[in-house]
Design a protein around this ligand. Sequence first.
Ligand SMILES: *Cc1c(COP(=O)(O)O)cnc(C)c1O
Length: 374
Amino acid sequence: MILLIPGPTPIPNRVQTAMAGPLVYHRGPDFPALLTGIVEDVKRVFPTGHDVYLLSTSGTGAMEAAVVNTLSPGDSVIVARAGNFGLRWDKICEAYGIDVVIVEAEWGKAVDPDCVRAALVANPSARAVLATHSETSTGVLHDIEAIGKIVSGTDALLIVDGVSSVCAHPLPTDDWGVDVAVTASQKGLMVPPGFAIIAFGPKAGKASERSTLPKHYLDLSEYRQSLEEGRGPFTLPVTLLVGARAALDAIGEEGIDSIWERHARQASAARAATNALGLDLFAERPSNVLTSIGLPETIDGLEVMTRLREQHGVVVGGGLAHLRGRILRVSNLGYVVDEDLLAGIEAIETVLSDMGGDIEVGAGVTSARDVLKK
Ligand SMILES: *Cc1c(COP(=O)(O)O)cnc(C)c1O
């Protein structure tokens, strides 16, 4: 199977092999070097100078940690969102009794930073702005740099879901005024699902001192104390950490700049193919994590996905919520080689043509290959 999905992403062989080794004891003598090495190297991929903690949760657990460690019941926040993952911030905040002011853009568009500015002016007591860097449900990249310029001039924190963007796009937290950023193992980091990462800056640290939301498992002060001894407060997924070590070695060898560049090149190839096939690019401000392809009205996206999987061994993402069956989400996140992306595009043009789409078979692959050659 060729996986062109935004998580879990394909795992390099060396990561797989590393994880087949013997178990590491998380209270043993070798563990602190493993954990602190991973923490240091992960900082380079955001990049961030903030404190970084590893949590035994999926990405959503780190999002929840961001909320419970900085806010208190009755606080109000601004959620800037334009898709399904942005909606997750609402749900977490609502579960904890936080008042949410929504700044929304249509799915497929990005939230205008000026609307965030206006919301901050209208809600001066807002404690935080919560945003999504790459909105994985639509393929849109938010302008976190511009939002950061606005938020950093206020007392509010900027909390960013970088779950799918980290490794595909730079998320320089310190330069952009991002106080908290989260990501997860199964996305750009090329490790199976099972741990999340939270970068927690000094302004967030100040906020954590007055935060009274209930927390125990996700209480970052516990993680901070344990990390001083090179450990986590609870059992960390040791096998995944061995995999992460191998993945970060691979990232170090390729170089994070080259990895950002590879994601840009592959996403640009996927967009060129979409255009060449006369299909719609759904995202107005496209991310390099994935390419959302709007399908003609007459074609059922669910059927396309079934055929891709069964006849071509290609797995792509589909539309979520109201976009179900309407778009394909073709991801090049993580360890995707050019040949697999081209095979995926070739399979898509074949299936769409078989299903009666007005498609010039070969046009997508040809233009994608031209872009990849550059
Ligand atoms: C994958 C993803 C998440 C996290 O999902 P989990 O299933 O909890 O790991 C959150 N936000 C975005 C933008 C994502 O792509």
